[in-house]
Write a protein that binds this ligand. Structure first.
Ligand code: FMN
Length: 160
């Protein structure tokens, strides 16, 4: 049976985009970028990204086009912002019903996830989580990251 998978990601500066595209290439997935309508550019954007994530705030995202119900596996990725998922992915999870869906999570970060995995899982309490991955300083170590991502995708394939 062919597994139909969807990669959904938000990326402010390209790290999560790299992971998303690598996962999609490994698994043959469709891909959806979640776009934050609030500017996260520059110093002010950096600060608002951290503040909104830390306070568990939602944001405005542009309409998404893929329907999770059409997929067997959904892989969702976000940068870590203040030990939390981004406001954009928080918003995506509140707008999309993932009840009973197999979901894998990935995170990009500098060094420290802290409770972000559990915080993110709590935003989709009825999903069936089948894996998670954290990649540090992705764009600085692309080759190493790509290897780690490929290994993760192999384990994901065995779980679905
Ligand atoms: C406001 C803000 C807060 C951040 N907080 C953390 C953090 O708590 N832990 C961490 O390891 N990295 C943290 N980072 C670093 C990002 O998670 C990291 O650079 C990530 O790879 C960026 O992904 P992107 O390029 O897809 O946006 C933070 C970055 C920003 C902008």
């Amino acid at each position: 049976m062919t597994v139909k998978s969807l990669v959904v990601y938000y990326s402010r500066t390209g790290n999560a985009k790299f992971v998303a595209e690598t996962v999609a290439a490994e698994l043959g997935s469709d891909i959806e970028e979640v776009v934050d309508m609030k500017s996260r550019e520059g110093k002010l954007g950096w600060m608002s990204a951290g503040r909104d994530a830390m306070q568990g705030k939602e944001t405005q995202i542009s309409p998404t086009t893929k329907v999770p119900a059409d997929y067997d596996l959904i892989i969702i990725g976000t940068p870590i912002c203040a030990w939390s998922p981004s406001a954009a992915i928080r918003t995506y999870l509140s707008k999309n019903d993932l009840t009973g869906k197999k979901v894998a999570l990935f995170f990009t970060m500098d060094s420290n996830l802290r409770g972000a995995v559990e915080k993110t899982k709590a935003l989709a309490p009825k999903a069936v989580f089948v894996g998670d991955l954290a990649v540090a300083k992705t764009l600085e170590n692309k080759e190493e990251a790509a290897k780690k991502i490929a290994e993760w995708c192999s384990t994901l394939k065995t779980q679905i």
